[in-house]
Design a protein around this ligand. Structure first.
Ligand code: AMP
Ligand code: MG
Length: 518
């Protein structure tokens, strides 16, 4: 184990690519540059609020002393760090947005460990050349959400960036949370984020838009060499690599559907080239099973980023990446073929995953048909997704309609109409018949389901309560949530976290819908 103050950081990214080394943080365009140097801006009174022991062990990093917390707050940098903000572009809500970049995230350097090399990044550490009109800061509420949720996703088994530390800054940050002209001061915070790389589709789109062909080629080669070395010696390595990005993105989309995660802002600048969940903003888990649900108030008119749209948006975003990469090809047929392989890859992952949710290893015609029926009926009944699937694992054999209703009652948000009851009980009756013929034993079936369907998820209303308490200086709920999230599939414990969304939370800001203001 080593202290963050003593560690020799590597700076391969800044040594490899051309950046703007002036250190100037005036908002501006930086054509042809892949980053701009940016030293974090000091804060008044840093306090360590959260620390991920699990990740710290993986990185072989010590629990921080007060002097080391100063580093996590951006008040101090060590001599081996070369802090920078990456420059990238992106498509936001379907439209080209031009240069964006890390407006409030600053990478300190690369941390080598026996488990690999990781970028350490402070989110909310002050302005950079890419802050545009904003302040480079993050509020406590959004930082708590990213800190807890990225670690929760990791424990759910979903690919994600991670969070090592959460520090409150002691400074106030002005935010118009409801975009209604009533800004208020809120406590500020900084999250130390960790990932092998924070490269996004948008990093590649930026260079393509600038017609920087050689820089784009170099970034692609570097990405392959460092993160996909298995393709480096292949002659058509770019296509092979793009195929792998398609594969990873399709898998990620299927994983989000498995646990009911809605990202909320799937712009191409928020799409990781490594297929990780990245940039946690107005995300939410599904409470009631609703394909149309979007947690992002900005997304409301079109619901572009609603739960059920995520897989097709993944494809659309890959299309933007393919378009950027086309600069490196004389003809685009190969790229197009790879892009078109997304659909089959996604559905293969999806049907396999959905079968496992129902307790089947097989993914035949019968299972697929059953899956589709489940989706249709659940969309009508809209039970609590998480509670429903855990109850499904324990559905009694030889079940009658009344017993079915009683068994699942706790997952319903409202009484079912006679028609809905009929739909539902018929489905469950057919399901239990199919389950009797399953090649797995009852015990193995339940086991498979309980490994696929989490029992505990980080519900927005729980996050909201933990944030309210933290703002009052109490961290009990926050710490309990952190502990519970590491046990998402455990058969028991933390019963108070597996309740449906309470009615008070239905319309309350931060409990169901969120704005991007963070
Ligand atoms: P997001 O959709 O939250 O990932 O952010 C979109 C863009 O806005 C990114 O370039 C962010 O760095 C930038 N951004 C968001 N919030 C801030 C902020 N408070 N200060 C500076 N830049 C920000
Ligand atoms: Mg972003």
């Amino acid at each position: 184990m080593i202290s963050i103050a003593e560690k020799e950081f590597e700076n391969v990214f800044t040594q490899t690519f051309e950046g703007d080394d002036s250190g100037d943080r005036t908002p501006r365009q930086t054509p042809g540059k892949l980053y701009s140097k940016a030293v974090p801006t000091p804060v008044a009174a840093p306090r360590l609020v959260g620390w991920s022991t699990d990740l710290a062990e993986k990185l072989e990093i010590n629990y921080p002393s007060p002097a080391e917390v100063e580093i996590l707050a951006g008040n101090k940098i060590t001599s081996s760090m070369n802090p920078y903000a990456a420059c990238y572009a992106g498509h936001q809500f379907g439209n080209w947005a031009g240069q964006l970049g890390d407006g409030r995230a600053i990478t300190l350097g690369e941390w080598g460990s026996k488990n690999g090399i990781f970028e350490l990044q402070l989110k909310g550490a002050g302005p950079t050349a890419y802050s545009r009109h904003a302040d480079g800061r993050a509020v406590l509420r959004s930082s708590v959400r990213e800190y807890l949720m990225s670690e929760a996703m990791h424990h759910l088994g979903v690919p994600t960036t991670r969070a090592l530390a959460l520090v409150s800054t002691g400074d106030k940050v002005l935010r118009d949370m409801f975009y209604n002209g009533n800004p208020e001061y809120e406590p500020g915070a900084i999250v130390t984020r960790v990932a092998p790389s924070f490269l996004r589709f948008g990093n590649f789109e930026l260079l393509a838009a600038q017609r920087e062909t050689e820089k784009l080629r170099k970034l692609v080669d570097w990405t392959i060499d460092r993160f996909f070395p298995q393709f480096m010696e292949e002659e058509d390595r770019i296509l092979k690599w793009f195929q792998e990005v398609v594969e990873k993105t399709a898998f990620l989309m299927s994983e989000w559907q498995r646990v009911g995660f809605v990202h909320g802002v799937m712009n191409t600048d928020n799409m990781s080239i490594l297929g990780l969940t990245i940039d946690y903003g107005p995300f939410s888990f599904l409470d009631n099973y609703d394909h149309n649900f979007t947690p992002n108030t900005t997304d409301l008119p079109g619901r572009r980023y609603a739960f059920g749209n995520q897989p097709s948006i993944g494809y659309w975003n890959l299309g933007r990446l393919a378009n950027a990469l086309s600069l490196l090809f004389e003809e685009t047929e190969g790229l197009e073929n790879v892009l078109e392989s997304y659909e089959k890859i996604f559905w293969d992952h999806y049907y396999g995953m959905m079968s496992r949710k129902l307790g089947f290893e097989k993914v035949g015609k019968q299972e697929k048909e059953l899956n589709s029926r489940f989706e249709k009926v659940l969309s009508v009944i809209q039970p609590d997704m998480t509670i429903f699937y855990r109850l499904l694992a324990d559905v009694p054999p030889e079940v009658n309609p009344q017993a079915i209703k009683d068994h699942f009652r706790n997952s319903f948000y409202q009484d079912l109409s006679p028609n809905q009851e009929d739909l539902f009980t018929t489905l469950i009756t057919d399901y239990s018949k199919m389950r009797k013929n399953n090649n797995l034993s009852e015990e193995a079936t339940r086991d498979l389901m309980n490994r696929t369907n989490p029992r505990i998820i980080l519900r927005n209303y729980l996050l909201h309560q933990a944030i309210e308490e933290l703002e009052k200086g109490e961290d009990e709920l926050f710490l309990r949530l952190q502990e519970a999230m590491a046990q998402s599939y455990a058969p028991s414990g933390f019963d108070d976290f597996i309740k449906k969304r309470p009615s008070w939370a239905e319309t309350k800001a931060g409990c169901s819908m969120l704005s991007c203001s963070s």
